[in-house]
Ligand binder design. Structure first.
Ligand code: SF4
Length: 343
């Protein structure tokens, strides 16, 4: 993803287009002068150590455009982690994503440079709760969103992401599903299947993403009042009433692809997700007119170039992902089943 950035001027040329309504997302020339030496040092260390940097779309643009080798959603990044020949995987995102990379690469060194890599979804459920639910619903197939810890994945049958949940839930040969931990994604997926005439029983756990849960349908009404021809894109972690009013529903990668492909349309786009997607698009889709506010994920935004550099130089114990062998085996099977269904 990243092309080598040769100078602070080149960095500024790249990032100066980002204006998504939050000063944290904007770059001045002075800020680029400060960041450039860190980017240079990371690039040298990456080469020396044969390290791969996988960054989620929601992290700061200086990481996305400065040092990342792949940028995307959890499904795309899991695929990249599965295919890499690199010796080290460094994953600026949140903890469960780095754990997924480790599950797929048990023999590689996987580093999580985030000092606050939680996630309101992943933190909402623990494995004991899953085992209790399994005893309560023995006939159900247990499906977990990728936003779960390795230990929770080890207690489930199959994992899904926001881009393939509807495909996998349809393919599972059981009409009784327990979906965890995102109740909103569960409801949206159920509605999506219902529209196609598929009526499975889908029970769900009451977890949610704190960023998407707060998005309200009134935001769409206001935006349509101001721009009647606006195209509204929503992430399926948003509440169902938001998703139902959106023109396009998809993962961050699907939203990104849609806007890149339609960037020459005259009417604007309104993105209902974390503002990392909008800031990426201001560079990748320069003709697109983006309107609307900005929602930041405090967990993803705890990653920084400084923490990446420190982890690459000399990882702390807490940066290094380790997974107990019995969890490793079961959780990996849960993820591999996702690839089997999705591919
Ligand atoms: S945006 Fe939501 S689901 Fe994604 S890491 Fe942040 S809290 Fe978790």
């Amino acid at each position: 993803m990243s092309v080598a950035i040769a100078s602070p001027e080149a960095l500024y040329e790249k990032l100066k287009h980002i204006h998504v309504g939050n000063p944290l997302c904007e770059y001045t020339y002075e800020r680029c002068i400060e960041l450039f030496p860190i980017i240079e040092e990371i690039s040298i260390l990456k080469e020396e150590k044969n390290a791969l940097i996988l960054a989620h779309t929601y992290v700061h643009p200086d990481i996305v455009f400065g040092v990342a080798d792949h940028v995307g959603d959890s499904y795309g990044l899991a695929k990249a982690a599965r295919q890499t020949q690199a010796s080290i995987i460094l994953f600026p995102a949140v903890r469960f994503m780095a754990e997924t990379a480790k599950l797929l690469n048990p023999d590689k060194l996987v580093l999580d440079p985030n000092p606050n890599g939680g996630c309101s979804l992943a933190d909402s459920i623990d494995p004991d709760t899953v085992w209790r639910l399994r005893r309560q619903y023995p006939q159900h197939t247990f499906v977990c969103y990728i936003n779960t810890t390795a230990a929770v994945k080890a207690a489930c049958d199959v994992c899904v992401t926001s881009s393939n949940a509807h495909i996998i839930l349809e393919k599972i040969p059981n009409d009784r599903i327990y979906f965890l931990p995102d109740r909103l994604l569960a409801e949206n997926t159920k509605n999506r299947l219902l529209k196609r005439g598929i009526t499975k029983e889908i029970l769900s756990y009451p977890g949610s993403c704190y960023v998407h849960e707060e998005i309200q349908e009134e935001e769409i009404d206001l935006m349509r009042y101001r721009f009647p021809d606006v195209t509204v894109l929503a992430h399926p972690e948003c509440p169902p009433e938001v998703v139902q009013k959106a023109d396009v529903v998809g993962s961050t990668t699907e939203m990104h692809r849609y806007v890149v492909a339609h960037q020459h349309q005259r009417s604007p786009f309104f993105l209902l997700t974390e503002c990392g997607v909008a800031s990426r698009l201001q560079i990748d889709a320069p003709h697109a007119k983006l309107v609307g506010g900005c929602h930041l994920c405090k967990y993803m935004r705890s990653n920084s170039l400084q923490s990446i550099l420190a982890a690459l130089k000399q990882p702390k114990e807490s940066d290094i992902i380790t997974i107990e062998p019995q969890i490793q085996e079961r959780a990996r099977r849960c993820i591999e089943r996702m690839f089997d269904y999705a591919e």
